[in-house]
Design a protein around this ligand. Structure first.
Ligand SMILES: [Zn+2]
Ligand SMILES: [Zn+2]
Length: 270
């Protein structure tokens, strides 16, 4: 513990539909915690992009990020970013989001499968969990093949709710082939896997993905891992990043990846 190179590359501000604090407040908090760099990755939920005004929100977010970047120069590096949610559900929305601003990092996540509801809204006691998860990993693979992003966000996102909240155990060995296919494709394309530490702060108590997948990614030749708290409140900025870095070390990674103008930079875990 006590890492010098603390970074948080998945952060939401009040320009995200579900963010609560302004970037200025979040940045102050990050600087006070000794974090070196953050990336603002406010949501663009592509399946409801125009209906819920994400096309406007991401432009405000970018503008606020540039302001904060200047205000905190020398204290905290603030990178521009976006979290594209289910881009394949509306490719035109995804293209608009990608071309709207110049990003340092684009993270892509899948929060629901086609025709479904967000995983946090589902009740898994009355659902066919294996069917859902097989469909989920298939869609993730499709998204990875599409490839217009830098880091794959929270690969095991549904487990926060299935195992964490609803306490239904899942054996990821049942999905090993699908997960391997995803990891191999990320590696072949030089993309990052994200270690998302939000799960540590929930009933789930673990990051997404967890150790097994990190180890497998490494074994298959994976090199790039970004890390993010997925903070939606200032108080959570940088939360559990040290736990995540320790886990990465245990999985034999010596570097965490950050992005500048969509180019990966390897930062030693020290
Ligand atoms: Zn997400
Ligand atoms: Zn997020």
């Amino acid at each position: 513990m006590g890492y010098k190179n603390l970074v948080d590359f998945h952060v939401h501000t009040d320009n995200s539909c579900d963010g609560h604090d302004s970037l200025m407040v979040m940045s102050e908090r990050a600087a006070a915690k000794g974090i070196r760099a953050i990336a603002v990755t406010d949501h663009a939920e592509c399946h409801r992009y125009y209906k819920d005004n994400f096309h406007l929100a991401i432009r405000y977010s970018h503008f606020e990020t540039l302001k904060a970047k200047n205000a905190f120069r020398g204290q905290l590096a603030i990178m521009t970013g976006i979290e594209l949610g289910q881009p394949l559900h509306n490719l035109e929305a995804a293209e608009d989001a990608l071309s709207a601003n110049r990003y340092d990092i684009v993270v892509a996540g899948l929060h629901l499968i086609r025709g479904g509801d967000d995983f946090w809204k589902l009740d898994y006691h009355n659902a066919n969990v294996p069917t859902l998860l097989h469909a989920y990993f298939d869609e993730i693979y499709e998204m990875v093949c599409w490839g217009r992003f830098d880091s794959l966000a929270h690969l095991t996102y549904p487990l926060r709710y299935i195992e964490g909240r609803d306490q239904i155990p899942v054996d990821l060995a049942d999905y090993a082939e699908q997960i391997d296919r995803i990891l191999e494709r990320l590696i072949a394309d030089g993309k990052s896997l994200e270690l998302n530490t939000q799960g540590y702060r929930t009933e789930y108590g673990r990051p997404t993905p967890d150790m097994d997948i990190l180890r497998r990614y490494k074994e298959l030749g994976g090199q790039y891992v970004t890390i993010g708290s997925d903070a939606h409140y200032a108080v959570d900025i940088g939360a559990n990043i040290e736990d995540g870095l320790s886990l990465l070390k245990q999985a034999d990674f010596d570097f965490v990846t950050i992005y500048d103008q969509r180019e990966p930079i390897l930062l030693p875990i020290i």
